[in-house]
Design a protein. Structure first.
Length: 407
């Protein structure tokens, strides 16, 4: 216990010593955000910082602009990984802050600027504590968490495919994500399923084009599409156990080109989310069943395509959560550690968890007294920068305690 306190005190001293630089780093990332698979400057800045710290290896160009770095302790032991994502969103910055985005139409509206700054802070703290590291820390800086552009590969799936978890393979991986519902200083955790799967789908409803004055001569895809939207909602209300969280959302409908022509095709796009993989599969089957019945009843046809490339259920390994919770409570304070219900948001951190045990937790960044209350993916999103220090201290403690307990 005394060794834990000494280690925590050293982490705190080192973290506080770089407070100004880490805040400056976060602000730099926020001012120069880059979209998915376009994180060129971001990657260059991170690689330069890691090399300046003297980490043992810095591999760039993984999954386009990703980075894999190794920090080897002075004592032999296992390997553990930590991950931060790098990309921003196509959202216009509206806040009048000193670090306002300089890239028009692009903003770090999900906190990835915080994630990168925290991880660089962890790298700096641990690089100063090499003598006390019994093993190796692998730092993953990942592009395209928000999803690569259409027609491109990217994100965690591509990182894994290109060997980010190999040579050496970590025993476990940790990650954190900003949470505006939690106040700065708080840490949220969930054991088991923590975030939902997220599958994008595209439905094409096909019929027969005809003059709007003679609908009986055609097959009206607009009417069919309208019935499909309503019928698909019955999956949530009548076909899935009410105790199972899920979401089926139609986000866009497109069809037709003139007011008096019944179009031959309507396209619907949306998302399906679930906390359980079996429920996820059942939803897919029910969608095909319902679409087949509705379109056939009107003489039409349909095509259904799913994009399932990145977002499986983020499942926190229960033994790993149980192992690390005492560390989080010790570092953050018992009253600041909150058990959070699963959310319908999604994360491609789940791809790493398919390979090795992982624990993905929440870093509180809200501050109602300062007016920092904006939600993710909005122009108003921001983070209380005090959360940076909390993030560094907790993650550095988690990494060191994991290595010492696994030694």
């Amino acid at each position: 216990m005394w060794a834990d306190r000494e280690r925590d005190a050293e982490i705190t001293r080192l973290a506080e010593g770089i407070r100004a630089r880490i805040i400056e780093t976060r602000r730099d990332f926020h001012m120069y955000p880059e979209l998915s698979n376009r994180e060129e400057r971001t990657s260059r800045v991170i690689a330069e910082r890691l090399r300046a710290l003297g980490v043992d290896e810095v591999k760039t160009g993984v999954a386009r602009h990703g980075i894999v770095a190794l920090l080897k302790g002075r004592r032999t032991g296992p390997v553990v990984a930590v991950r931060a994502d790098m990309d921003a969103l196509p959202i216009e910055e509206t806040m009048n802050v000193p670090y306002k985005s300089r890239n028009n139409g692009v903003k770090h509206a999900c906190g990835h600027d915080v994630h990168m700054a925290v991880q660089l802070g962890v790298a700096e703290v641990l690089s100063a504590m090499r003598a006390k590291i019994p093993g190796t820390v692998k730092f993953l800086f990942q592009p395209a968490e928000e999803g690569p552009p259409v027609g491109e590969e990217g994100g965690a799936m591509l990182m894994v495919r290109q060997g980010a978890l190999e040579n050496p393979r970590p025993r476990a991986i940790f990650g954190l994500h900003t949470n505006p519902w939690l106040q700065a200083g708080q840490i949220g955790w969930t054991s088991g399923s923590a975030l939902a799967s997220a599958d994008r789908f595209r439905i094409k409803v096909r019929g027969k084009k005809v003059h709007g004055a003679a609908p009986h001569e055609g097959i009206d895809t607009t009417v069919i599409a309208a019935e499909c939207v309503l019928a698909l909602q019955s999956i949530r209300s009548r076909r899935i156990d009410p105790s199972e969280p899920m979401v089926l959302t139609i986000g866009s409908i497109h069809g037709g080109n003139r007011f008096n022509i019944i179009t031959e095709e309507v396209v619907l796009e949306g998302t399906v989310r679930a906390i359980d993989e079996d429920v996820r599969g059942k939803i897919h089957r029910l969608m095909r069943e319902i679409l087949d019945g509705v379109t056939k009843a009107h003489g039409g046809t349909f095509e259904l395509e799913f994009d399932m490339t990145g977002y499986s259920v983020t499942h926190n390994n229960p033994p790993l959560v149980e192992m690390m919770l005492p560390t989080i409570r010790r570092v953050a304070g018992e009253k600041n550690v909150v058990n959070v219900k699963p959310t319908m948001g999604a994360e491609d951190f789940s791809q790493y968890q398919k390979v090795i045990p992982g624990f993905f937790y929440w870093l509180g960044v809200g501050n109602s007294q300062k007016g920092i209350t904006g939600m993710w993916h909005t122009p108003e999103f921001d983070a209380d920068e005090e959360s940076l220090m909390v993030g560094i201290k907790v993650m550095a403690g988690v990494v060191l305690d994991y290595l010492n307990q696994s030694f």
